[in-house]
Design a protein around this ligand. Structure first.
Ligand code: EPZ
Length: 419
């Protein structure tokens, strides 16, 4: 397995471009199954999860053409199988996103239950309940979801919990259902809005995305189109924290600042000087030590759970003590144990991490456990004394395009060692 070796102590400086958002690209690639012609999706990040999604669609018989700029043309009209196998779904839970489109467009789907992952049990009961309310006949057997529906019908769905992919699955299913679907307590993430914009570009009729109430008027068919996914707000936040933790000064380009206001505000609280343009954000830490900040994760537009691990690493070397509460997932502090091995002073109590900043971390061999935890270990390595070796970095490759190239461009001493 590849490893990343990082020699810490170099403040980052320079400019990098932000890639397309993984969590927008995944639902949008699933949405192509709804069309009656080819859909071309642009600004796709070069990530392992994208490759997995392409393999999943390919196994169904969908035709895929990828160009050198990572535009993917998906032609769903050649589909042969309405089946998402366990061996693929277990490597990428977001595969569940084909369930709604397959059921709505073709009237049936057999999709493996995703199972849990390092950060939690990750149930999909709300996806299933919503589709059942829209008229689907769903049996869960042998680890698979067996779903059938002559034609889904609209329904008023009041979501028990805010679920991002649950909202996305049901919104996609509703586009070809008969009648009107209202999703209450919907997720408001920018990636949900991006998906809605893509569905509307395909001829769908989705309104209210970005608010807690989404209304979908079913149509008879959706057509092919070209759609570019929006930039990745979590990648944006991760690189800004990389600059803050090393006391550096960077500018991130091709992003959408409004998508990460909660993160930018927290970075200002650490003492970072931030400037924001239409498509860029700059951060200057003036080589100062950051101030520790209290964090409580919540659904968008509040502070994102996908940025919690990165701020835990930042707090570990900041001035003062702070509390970080993780309210979205039940086990998203796996990075804390590895940070402690680097000398971090963090105490876990239930879903809260109490951090006390230390003057320095020391480099160590550490192990990645999930995507964002891995990112936090890389961030800690950037500021630790000596070398940090991050193992199992396939977790990182799922969500960060060319992380070592982008960090090296900013002056980090980082290299990938084939494992
Ligand atoms: C999406 O996961 C993201 N993944 C996650 O990003 C992100 O952390 C998460 O939303 C929260 O923002 C993609 O978009 C592909 P949820 P998702 O359904 O949709 C519970 C990353 O790092 N729940 O919003 O799976 C669930 O257990 C990944 O890029 C149910 O109980 O998350 C959790 O506690 C990690 N039943 C809460 O809701 C359900 O049917 C929120 O989960 C669905 C969810």
């Amino acid at each position: 397995m590849d490893k990343l070796i990082i020699s810490g102590g170099y403040p980052l400086s320079g400019e990098i471009r932000i890639s397309g958002a993984k969590n927008a690209a995944l639902p949008i690639l699933a949405a192509t199954l709804l069309a009656d012609g080819p859909v071309t999706v642009g600004n796709i990040p070069h990530l392992h999860d994208i490759t997995t999604t392409m393999e999943l669609l390919g196994r169904m018989g969908v035709s895929l053409i990828v160009d050198e700029r990572m535009n993917i043309e998906v032609d769903p009209t050649t589909i042969r199988e309405l089946f998402a196998p366990y061996d693929l779904v277990k490597t990428m839970r977001a595969s569940i996103l084909v369930l709604g489109p397959l059921l709505s467009r073709f009237g049936e789907a057999v999709v493996s239950l995703p199972g849990g992952c390092a950060i939690g049990s990750r149930p999909v009961n709300l996806h299933i309940e919503g589709l059942s309310k829209m008229g689907a006949d769903i049996r869960v057997e042998g680890g698979y979801i067996h779903a059938r529906a002559k034609r889904l019908h609209g329904a008023r769905l009041v979501m028990d919990l805010v679920t991002v992919t649950g909202t996305e699955n049901l919104m996609m299913a509703a586009t070809l259902a008969k009648g009107t679907t209202i999703i209450e307590n919907a997720a408001r993430e920018p990636e949900v809005v991006d998906l809605a914009n893509c569905l509307n570009a395909m001829g769908g009729n989705v309104t209210g995305a970005g608010s807690a109430t989404i209304v979908v008027e079913g149509v008879d068919n959706l057509r092919g189109t070209h759609y570019d996914v929006l930039p990745d707000r979590i990648e944006s936040g991760t690189y800004l924290v990389a600059a803050a933790i090393t006391g550096g000064k960077i500018k991130i380009k091709d992003t959408r600042p409004w998508m990460l206001d909660a993160v930018t505000e927290k970075l200002r609280e650490t003492g970072a000087d931030m400037e924001v343009g239409d498509t860029w954000i700059s951060l200057d830490m003036h080589e100062r030590r950051p101030q520790a900040v209290n964090i409580t994760t919540s659904p968008y537009p509040a502070f994102p759970t996908d940025m919690q691990a990165q701020f835990t690493a930042l707090n570990a070397v900041s001035e003062g003590t702070a509390m970080i509460s993780e309210t979205v997932f039940e086990n998203r502090f796996m990075h804390v144990h590895e940070l402690q091995r680097m000398g971090a002073d963090i105490r876990l109590q239930g879903n809260t991490a109490f951090t006390r900043g230390v003057g320095r971390l020391t480099g160590a061999p550490v192990m990645a456990t999930d995507l964002r935890a891995s990112a936090s270990l890389v961030l800690a390595g950037l500021v630790a004394e000596g070398d940090t070796v991050v193992d199992r970095i396939y977790h990182i490759d799922r969500g960060y395009e060319s992380i070592e190239e982008k960090l090296a461009k900013l002056g980090a001493r980082i290299r990938r060692v084939p494992g």
